[in-house]
Design a protein around this ligand. Structure first.
Ligand code: G6Q
Length: 537
């Protein structure tokens, strides 16, 4: 297959972008009164309005042509068949099997993995129920009051985000804490007010070799043993979520208290696997299963809907259009819902660790841009912070606005205020305000440029009825699939993460050099000087 930029579909989009350069969203809406209702799609409880993107019907047709030319349909089926689409690590990427219903079949290396997924879910549900009901007792016989998840990256960001998003559905009499950073402050602050006799640690690590997680898990064990005295207390206060039973046992956690998953679950795609144990402890097994139902509904839509009406596919193709043809370099994720406050952080990893790559899966350097930078904050807070740049900055930023019609905490008319702001921001970004409008408002002439808004800045709107376990699951699945589709278009392996390795290797070399003041240093002069400055003695 020729390189992406040599594909006729890519070239057609490039030519179309040139011809389209001076078209403003004002013109597109002016010439099509139905546009705001036409360029929308609904799936799995989410309404997607993409009309405020700089696209015409031709653009969408050409983008779907590009998806076809890149073999997207076949790639989706390859994923569903459990083939090793993570080519550099020779692994399947089969997170869709984690939310399969009992009768479905997903085959990896000749084995149907669905029964094991359901068996693990049943064990998780049993454990969660015992902790939540008070039947699971700590070493001294007291019920558990605090759950501390220890994990990092994919073994932290999903559970943190989900526990926050579903706080409304969680057990308020249990305390949930998340420790990820190797900075001892993270652990010390997390356990400061906890009673070891009433605390359970969930050590979440796919490999069970991750430096930060093991350091924090050792700190947790020492803290527990200082209070409870006996090694055998560990069994009542530690459970593990991992693929590595041998390392779990070596750490001293009874494999009977380990919840497993397989190597075809990537870290950043794992919040609905056993890595979701802390989420299940917070919201209960029924809510967790409802969340899986939301994932599954979006999966079914993604697999079956034609690309022109497929929410994750359209979302991905618009991102490609913005990034590769309109020069958009970053995407702001703007949840207008406080429960989704950790969603931007979660997406940063999902998107940038997946698609922040410069080589194709065949090892050739791309001659096109890949993932934009993702970042964000909840609205309306962001409006009083970085929205200035979104409206009048020289850099082009695309925005995803996420909102819900019904608040879980209605407070006077505050939800209407929130929603009015969401809608107003998309309107302002798209249509701006002309100099003529500013003058007509009586502005002094010297301020006219400052009060003018060019508009024509792209945004998506995603709306659901309310935050529920199912709507959260569907939202996450939407972004998971969008990430995959973008990776297919860019011909990259979205499921590996080689770019995180070099720093880890160098840190392993520097640790002993920090400990031993006499160790000779053979780095560059900056690195040597930093090590000397930060040595203990
Ligand atoms: C995610 C990455 C990475 C991983 C962490 C934790 O896709 O692989 O963020 O999740 O490095 O790894 P462990 O779960 O193995 O501790």
């Amino acid at each position: 297959m020729p390189g992406r930029t040599a594909l006729p579909a890519w070239k057609a989009l490039a030519a179309h972008a040139d011809a389209f350069a001076n078209t403003h969203l004002r013109d597109l809406f002016g010439s099509d009164p139905e546009r705001g209702e036409r360029l929308t799609v609904e799936a799995a409880g989410w309404y997607f309005d993409y009309s405020k993107n700089r696209v015409a019907d031709d653009t969408l047709r050409l983008l779907v042509d590009l998806a076809d030319a890149c073999g997207l349909r076949a790639r989706i089926e390859t994923m569903w068949r459990g083939e090793k689409i993570n080519s550099t690590e020779q692994r399947a990427a089969l997170h869709v099997a984690l939310r399969a219903s009992a009768g479905e079949k997903f085959i990896v290396d000749g084995e149907d993995v669905v029964p094991e997924v359901h068996a693990t879910l049943a064990r998780m549900a049993d454990f969660s129920e015992r902790v939540r009901s008070g039947a699971w007792r700590g070493f001294t016989g007291k019920p558990i009051r605090a759950i501390v998840n220890i994990g990092i990256g994919g073994s932290d960001l999903g559970p943190v985000m989900a526990c926050e998003a579903l706080r409304h559905y969680s057990r308020r009499d249990l305390v949930f804490r998340f420790v990820s950073n190797v900075d001892g402050t993270d652990f010390c602050e997390a356990i400061r007010d906890l009673d070891p006799a009433q605390t359970v640690f969930v050590v979440s690590s796919k490999t069970f070799t991750t430096q930060e997680t093991l350091a924090n898990a050792r700190a947790a064990r020492a803290w527990l043993l200082r209070a409870l005295g006996e090694e055998c207390a560990v069994g009542r206060h530690f459970v593990a979520v991992s693929t590595n039973a041998a390392e779990v046992a070596k750490f001293g956690i009874d494999p009977a208290n380990m919840f497993g998953f397989r190597d075809w679950v990537g870290g950043r795609f794992s919040m609905d696997s056993a890595i979701g144990l802390s989420t299940m402890l917070a919201v209960g097994a029924d809510n967790f299963r409802a969340m899986l139902g939301g994932f599954h509904a979006m999966d079914a839509h993604f697999r079956n809907a034609p690309f022109a009406h497929n929410l994750p596919v359209l979302h991905a193709l618009l991102s490609v259009w913005n990034a590769n043809f309109l020069g958009v370099e970053s995407v702001a994720i703007l949840p207008y819902d406080q429960y989704l406050k950790r969603f931007p952080a979660y997406l940063q990893q999902l998107v940038m660790e997946s698609n922040g790559k410069q080589d194709t899966q065949h090892g050739e350097r791309t001659d096109y841009a890949t993932s934009p930078v993702f970042w964000g904050e909840p609205g309306t807070n962001g409006q009083h912070s970085f929205f200035q740049l979104l409206h009048q900055g020289t850099r082009r930023v695309a925005c995803d606005f996420i909102g819900v019609r019904e608040s879980l905490n209605p407070l006077g008319d505050q939800h209407e205020l929130l929603l009015a702001n969401l809608i107003a921001q998309t309107e302002a970004l798209a249509f701006g305000k002309t100099a003529a409008q500013v003058r007509a408002e009586g502005s002094p002439e010297r301020l006219v440029p400052h009060r003018t808004f060019d508009g024509n800045r792209p945004s998506n709107v995603l709306l659901a009825e309310r935050i529920t376990p199912a709507s959260l699951g569907a939202l996450v699945a939407l972004y998971e699939h969008s990430v995959f589709v973008q990776g297919v278009i860019w011909d990259i392996d979205s499921f590996d993460q080689w770019g995180v390795e070099l720093g880890k290797q160098l840190a392993a070399r520097i640790v002993p050099e920090l400990h031993d003041s006499n160790a000779p240093l053979a780095h560059d002069s900056s690195t040597n000087a930093l090590i000397r400055r930060l040595r203990k003695t």
